[in-house]
Each structure stands twice: as structure tokens, then as C-alpha cells.
Design a protein around this ligand. Structure first.
Ligand SMILES: Cc1cc2nc3c(=O)[nH]c(=O)nc-3n(C[C@H](O)[C@H](O)[C@H](O)COP(=O)(O)OP(=O)(O)OC[C@H]3O[C@@H](n4cnc5c(N)ncnc54)[C@H](O)[C@@H]3O)c2cc1C
Length: 283
């Protein structure tokens, strides 16, 4: 009989939640992570009294009451509401696209009717330009976005941000990436439509510590390096890492979207006035 019921590779939200539930059912688990800490992408580093989300800002959101009750049974959450702002050239815009955004973009737009009319005009203009160029179906993300929302919004709120995220020109990205661009004809900057959202009061590390309480963990261990020996430790393996790596890149590398983090500590009480600002220019 193996030493553990489950060997869980990865101590992120999935691995930790799995370990918590298995442990509760009396299963013996070992959680491994190759990073030097637990928590995966939601890991926080305390810098100057602030819980810095080391791998990017994370806001927990769900429509599922059971999930919300579950996480709240482990740690208390604050009432943080994600409402990003875009800075493009000399202007600021609210996201997701809503009446605030439309008024900021077109100051003579005050009502949902005004906004709808302006969006339809912009869409028709983009469509006729495309037709004049002999294009019947959008061939790339740029053309797709323009026919869905028009040029003004595309340039300010989609183009630069998307190109930085994907590391490619919008004209080189496939159109299927954005089949729909939801617009809200209400003054509501709440990014997520989810019923429940927030961030643990003490940071995400407390959530992970709560989930892994009583579970054996090891950090700094790369499962894929000693797969055969590690597999022998448990009846079942739960792997939460990258799929292409798991299969030794047999089918090549998956084109993951990725981000590069640059950290700077500024001696200011408040740098940008909002936790999330999207810088919409191309550089
Ligand atoms: C910048 C950014 C912002 C995000 N913001 C949000 C948000 O606001 N709200 C939201 O709901 N979601 C957000 N997400 C998505 C969110 O991060 C993930 O859905 C969630 O954290 C994934 O949890 P996970 O356990 O599946 O994976 P991860 O957190 O990635 O954990 C996987 C773990 O497995 C480990 N691992 C991998 N391979 C091996 C190996 N060979 N051996 C040992 N260990 C290994 C890794 O080190 C890692 O710690 C964001 C993602 C990013 C990148």
C-alpha cells in the first residue's frame, strides 16, 4: 500500500482546496510545489505592511453561494470590488464598457439611447470601411473589434492593452478571441458580474494556510524531475501544473498568454488612486 492516498502537485487554489476536502474525508495527502512557497498564483508577499499579490492582482469572485460560504468559513473577506480604469493618452476611462465609459469617450452621450446610437454609428462606419476594402468577414482581432464596438473604443481601450498582453499586433491575432464585447447601458463600473467578490482580509496566504492545515507539504520539489519515484508514494496523483510540460512538450509548446512583472516601491501614500489601472497606450 502506498504511503499517501493523494500526491497533489501544486499548492495553488485548486491543489489546496482539493487537499482540504480530501483531508477532511480522512485521506492522507502530500502537497508538493516547485516554488519556494505555497499558494501558487495567489501567493502574497508582505511589503511595507501591504499584502502584495506577487503574481498579479487577484480578486476572488463567484456566483456560487456554496463556494462563497466555503472560503468564508476559512477566512474573512473584505468587500473589494474590482473596477479598473484605463489611462489612454491624456484621458481616463472606466471599465467594463458602461455608461461612464461612453460619456468619457463621447461627452455628448448622456443616456443609454445616446450611447446605443453612437455605438451603432461607429459599428456601421467600421463595417463600410471593411467592405470598401473588399473584406466581407473580419480576418483578425482588429477588424473583429472594430465591427463589434467601433474605432474610438477599439483604439483607446482594446488595441494597446491587447497587444501588450498577447505580445502581438491585433492584426496578427485571430478574430475568434473576441466574439462578443459586452456593453452595459448603465452607470456601473463593477468589473465582475459575479454575485460575490472580495479579497481575504489578511491576504491570500491565510486562506492557503487554512486550507492546508494538517496536510503535509513540501516546497522546492519539481514533480516532473522525479516523477516515477514520486508516483510510487501515492495511490493517485493530482497534477495542477502546465499540461504541455506534463506531456514533455510532445505536441509542442502551448501558446499561453503571459505577463511580465516589474516591481517598484514608491515612497508615496497613493500612487495611482485605484488598485488596477490599465495603461492603454501601446508602450
Ligand atoms: C496575472 C493574473 C491575474 C489573475 N487574476 C485573477 C482574478 O482576479 N480572479 C480570478 O478568479 N482568477 C484570476 N487569475 C487566475 C488565477 O490565478 C487562477 O485561476 C488560479 O489561481 C489558479 O489556481 P491553480 O491552483 O489552478 O494554479 P496555480 O496557482 O498556478 O498553482 C499551480 C502550482 O503548481 C505548481 N507546479 C507546477 N508545475 C509543478 C511541478 N512540476 N512540480 C511541482 N509543482 C508544480 C506551481 O509552482 C504552482 O504553485 C489570474 C491569473 C493571473 C496570471
Amino acid at each position: 500500500m502506498a504511503q499517501y492516498d493523494y500526491l497533489i502537485v501544486g499548492s495553488g487554489l485548486f491543489g489546496a482546496a482539493f487537499a482540504y476536502l480530501a483531508h477532511k474525508k480522512g485521506k492522507k495527502c502530500l502537497v508538493l510545489d516547485r516554488r519556494s512557497h505555497l499558494g501558487g498564483n495567489i501567493y502574497c508577499e508582505k511589503i511595507g505592511g501591504i499584502n502584495v499579490h506577487k503574481y498579479g492582482a487577484h480578486i476572488f469572485h463567484t456566483n456560487n453561494k456554496d463556494v462563497w460560504s466555503f472560503v468564508n468559513s476559512i477566512v474573512e473577506f473584505n468587500r473589494y470590488t474590482n473596477s479598473p480604469v484605463v489611462r489612454y493618452k491624456d484621458k481616463m476611462f472606466n471599465l467594463p464598457f458602461n455608461m461612464n465609459t461612453f460619456h468619457e469617450m463621447w461627452p455628448d452621450v448622456y443616456t443609454p439611447e445616446d450611447a446605443q446610437r453612437r455605438i451603432e454609428e461607429q459599428k456601421a462606419e467600421a463595417l463600410s470601411k471593411m467592405k470598401a476594402d473588399g473584406v466581407s468577414e473580419p480576418r483578425n482581432l482588429e477588424e473583429q473589434a472594430k465591427v463589434l464596438i467601433g474605432e474610438d473604443i477599439y483604439h483607446a481601450l482594446i488595441e494597446g492593452y491587447t497587444e501588450k498582453q498577447w505580445g502581438r499586433k491585433c492584426t496578427e491575432l485571430p478574430s475568434f478571441i473576441i466574439k462578443r464585447l459586452p456593453v452595459r447601458l448603465v452607470f456601473d463600473n463593477n468589473y465582475f458580474n459575479a454575485k460575490y467578490q472580495g479579497i481575504p482580509m489578511g491576504g491570500y496566504n491565510e486562506l492557503i494556510e487554512g486550507l492546508l492545515k494538517g496536510v503535509e507539504t513540501k516546497v522546492g520539489v519539481n514533480y516532473l524531475k522525479d516523477r516515477t519515484e514520486l508516483n510510487a508514494l501515492a495511490d493517485k496523483v493530482v497534477y495542477t501544473g502546465a499540461l504541455d510540460e506534463y506531456f514533455d512538450y510532445n505536441e509542442g509548446k502551448l501558446q499561453y498568454r503571459t505577463v511580465r512583472f516589474q516591481t517598484e516601491t514608491l515612497d508615496k501614500p497613493n500612487f495611482q488612486g485605484n488598485a488596477v489601472i490599465n495603461y492603454g497606450d501601446s508602450n
